[in-house]
Design a protein around this ligand. Structure first.
Ligand SMILES: Cc1cc2nc3c(=O)[nH]c(=O)nc-3n(C[C@H](O)[C@H](O)[C@H](O)COP(=O)(O)O)c2cc1C
Length: 150
């Protein structure tokens, strides 16, 4: 167990291009910098973009996590960031991923479950929604080979 291991789970409204091919380019850039920075800082996690929303799980040593999350919160490519969970944890949820990408749902691929999870995350209290986001990401990351482009 890493003593200072923490996890943040949040969702946000995406502010990226509406055009699918430009959106895809922006997502690729976000993923590329995320994988580089996170690997260097010992951070891991997963990200989804669906129905215009982001949800992300980011985990690792507390100081590195807080520093990177500060940067992420100030990123103009999303807004209305709602933190669903920030907590100490005993193990990582995505130990093998500097940043797994759970869905390129910019165009016609819309996951109904993702839609429901996002609606719930914004409408309800955070506690139940963090588990829902985690479950959604775990389920979709297993299908990563279908949707991965990065
Ligand atoms: C939804 C979203 C998730 C992001 N996740 C990460 C991440 O996990 N790690 C990361 O380094 N940057 C992430 N970024 C990009 C950061 O906001 C920032 O642009 C990047 O870390 C570069 O920061 P720097 O100027 O300090 O190098 C994310 C951006 C968005 C919009």
């Amino acid at each position: 167990m890493t003593p200072e291991l923490h996890r943040v789970i949040y969702c946000s409204r995406g502010d990226i291009a509406r055009d699918p091919s430009r959106a895809r380019g922006e997502l690729q850039r976000i993923l590329a910098i995320s994988r580089k920075n996170n690997a260097a800082a010992g951070l891991s996690g997963a990200l989804i973009f669906a129905s215009g929303n982001f949800a992300q799980v980011l985990e690792g040593p507390r100081a590195a996590l807080e520093a990177r999350f500060e940067r992420i919160q100030g990123d103009p490519r999303h807004r209305d960031i709602k933190v669903l969970e920030f907590t100490a944890v005993t193990a990582r949820e995505f130990p093998d991923w500097s940043m797994a990408f759970a869905g390129d749902l910019t165009a016609d691929q819309q996951d109904p479950l993702a839609f429901v999870v996002f609606a719930g995350a914004y409408a309800h209290r955070a506690s139940g929604s963090s588990a829902a986001v985690l479950g959604l990401l775990h389920g979709l990351v297993q299908r990563e080979d279908i949707w991965s482009f990065a």
